[in-house]
Design a protein around this ligand. Sequence first.
Ligand code: ADP
Length: 492
Amino acid sequence: MSTPARILVVDDELGIREGCRRVLAEEGYAIELAEDGMVGLAKVQEKPYDLILVDLMMPGIGGLDLIQRIHELDPEIILVVITGYAAIETAVEATKRGAYEYLPKPFTPEALSVLVKRGIEKRDLRLEARRLYQEREQRLLELAGEKSRLRSIIGCMADGVLVTNLEHQLVLWNASAVRMLELIGTDEPGKAIGHYLRDPALVDSLERIMNAKDEGFSMITQEIRTADPSSVLMAQMAPVRDEQGRVLGAVAVLRDITKLKEIDKVKSQFVSMVAHELRAPLAAIEGWLEVVLSGEAGGSEEQNRAWLLRAKERANSLLALVQDLLEINKIEAGKVAQKMESVQLTDVLAKIIEFFRPEAGRHRVSLRMKPSVAPPAVQADVRDMEKLFTNLISNAIKYNVENGSVTVETSQDAHFVGVHIRDTGVGVSSADLPRIFDDFFRAETKKRDKISGTGLGLTIAKKIVDSHLGRIEVESRVGQGSTFSVYLPYNK
Ligand code: ADP
């Protein structure tokens, strides 16, 4: 059962108060009484009432004042004026101040209950209207909040966003879209999309989306070239639908894929280079095995063995190539956990020189470390340092000439420790020098054909130096020799 309506009777006449109580209590209302305006006002301040019967002529606060003050407290309260002074002006004045009705004394119980019943119905309507109003205000507030949140989220997105309505007007966009598509005229909103977009293909796709009546039609993905030929965008466009699935417009999300495209290109170039590099030794191995198997080699064990040895040599170089590729892949994927520690490079170099001494002897090349004051230690990964200088010293021996020399020397400036590997070998032509650190690059020399290699040693060396925030340089002259210098930063 709903709570009974609360009614207050404010009248200085006891008879009227009690009379009202009797009649209205019977109707099921909750009744309270006040003998003057002050008491009545105090009660209204204390708790809410639905309807108040007010006598106009009372000592203390008069009825008209009371009406006004109660109304200020609760504008939806129903005020019914009762008075014996049934002057029409007073009644008009009372309604101006917020009274709902006027009940002249003396009144019958029926007149009272009819009026109160109507008043309470009115009160319910007023409360309902207030609730609806507040609800609407709240919804509007939430909507405005939602809208501005949405705008700020879209505004700070790195991806470009465009939204159109069914009238093909641009209704929402963000700064990234303006920048990527070089949108024009966005200071005049509400025009057709063609007014803002330069790219006819994009306009065309958005129109197709907006005209799509087919429910299953969900998305168009399209690459877009902008006015800047070096940049590529990927646009994903989809219809915006309401809850019933009706198309309301279209949304386009744009992503700058220039970098991805470049990486993609480099990757596929690398794959085709790798395939190319693998094909030649594999074909050679296959060829030699074929010769042995077919008996074309003459069939003698000695001859077969010679062919098989060649195949083995190529297989070894293939293995070296695959190992280098794996090494590069590891460095690039950041999979090698570098253990940075304080490393004295002269110690690393001395060890490598000792290791290569027999190899240098076989090539009749003298290999030595030029004595100098030991440079400061660098923060580096020892395994990386070993790989780096092994590659450089091995090259200096491989690409040397008979009776040539390899000298390793260190230096130091304000920020870097330098290691210089100087050889008196075949040298590199100025045409080849800029490509010397490229993947698979091997200079074309007569001597090179006999020297095994993958063309990846210097690529790895450069990647190691880069990962240690250093730099690698080369100076070379054909027929005179080369100097490879590595500079690694040190902490003072
Ligand atoms: P690889 O030695 O396996 O061919 P690298 O990447 O180490 O591959 O070297 C690439 C190319 O650079 C070599 O094939 C060679 O032509 C040239 N090169 C490297 N080091 C020297 C050097 N010290 N003297 C002359 N040429 C060199």
